[in-house]
Design a protein around this ligand. Structure first.
Ligand code: HEM
Ligand code: HEM
Length: 225
């Protein structure tokens, strides 16, 4: 029998694994500040004409925070091979994990949340689309002030609806990460601060060995004792 934990329950074996490289975390939090600020200042420009000039100034300042954050994230997509920052981690894959995450959502958490290693398998491709949406938002934003638009295209026609989509992403993303953290106990939110996710080790299949299983990666850590 396992020895009791500090509060008398069965003691759990946990493994703390470094998942999120520092530059990815830096990009994440720079994007949080810049994208949230751009969304709010954009909303002010659209809905509060009296605040237009001041909001516009803030908007353009925040744009210069988003540009380096996204540029670094795009560089990491191509240089972060083998880490959670590489583009391969954001491609649609691990269909079982995608299905199980969807089942968790549509049953309002009645079915179990699957386990995964770094990015949630359902959200990973959404993040890739989101990074591309930010790129389109930057290009269209800088084109708004251009004297003549290329190909007779009005960039506001792209900028405004993309802003709505980005707002929807932020809302759903924050709800999802909070629910995932609550239901998985993997410290997902603080992992985006210090880089380490916590995994529960499964009961040993072979005496003397502890295993932790996730959907996505083959190189899941194995602890032998
Ligand atoms: C509101 C603005 C936010 C934006 C634009 C944003 C953007 C992103 C992006 C692009 C990723 C993918 C990571 C990557 O590979 O680059 C991500 C992941 C993540 N974000 Fe955010 N985020 C926002 C807010 C937050 C907040 C407020 C939290 C914490 C409460 C959070 C926690 C996380 C976590 C834990 C992940 C990894 C989750 C997973 O892979 O499923 N994010 N976020
Ligand atoms: C997440 C990123 C962004 C969001 C959510 C966002 C959102 C918005 C919104 C909602 C508007 C008002 C559109 C309208 O009047 O219908 C706007 C306007 C504008 N945005 Fe952005 N934006 C973002 C990024 C950028 C960037 C990177 C730039 C680059 C300079 C930029 C430049 C502008 C300009 C010049 C305007 C027009 C201001 C005016 O009406 O005088 N935006 N944005």
């Amino acid at each position: 029998m396992k020895p009791p934990g500090p509060h008398g329950g069965e003691r759990e074996r946990l493994q703390r694994t470094y998942i999120w490289p520092a530059p990815l975390r830096l990009c994440h939090w720079l994007m949080v500040v810049s994208v949230a600020g751009l969304w709010i200042s954009g909303w002010f420009m659209q809905h509060l004409p009296g605040w237009h000039a001041a909001s516009r100034e803030q908007h353009l300042m925040l744009a210069w925070l988003l540009v380096p954050a996204l540029a670094l994230r795009l560089v990491l997509l191509f240089t972060g091979k083998g880490s959670a920052a590489g583009w391969r981690d954001l491609l649609p894959q691990h269909w079982q994990g995608v299905r199980d995450t969807l089942r968790f959502y549509v049953t309002f958490g009645q079915l179990p949340l699957p386990r995964w290693y770094a990015h949630n398998p359902l959200w990973a491709p959404v993040y890739l689309l989101f990074l591309l949406a930010l790129l389109a938002q930057i290009v269209s934003g800088f084109l708004i002030d251009a004297e003549r638009f290329p190909f007779g295209f009005d960039p506001v026609q792209l900028h405004a609806p993309l802003a709505t989509a980005i707002g929807a992403f932020m809302l759903l993303h924050v709800i999802a990460v909070l629910v995932h953290d609550w239901r998985s106990g993997n410290s997902d939110v603080s992992a985006m601060l210090h880089g380490y996710r916590i995994f529960r080790l499964e009961k040993p299949q072979v005496p003397g060995e502890q295993v932790v299983r996730f959907e996505p990666r083959d190189e899941a850590p194995t602890e032998k004792s």
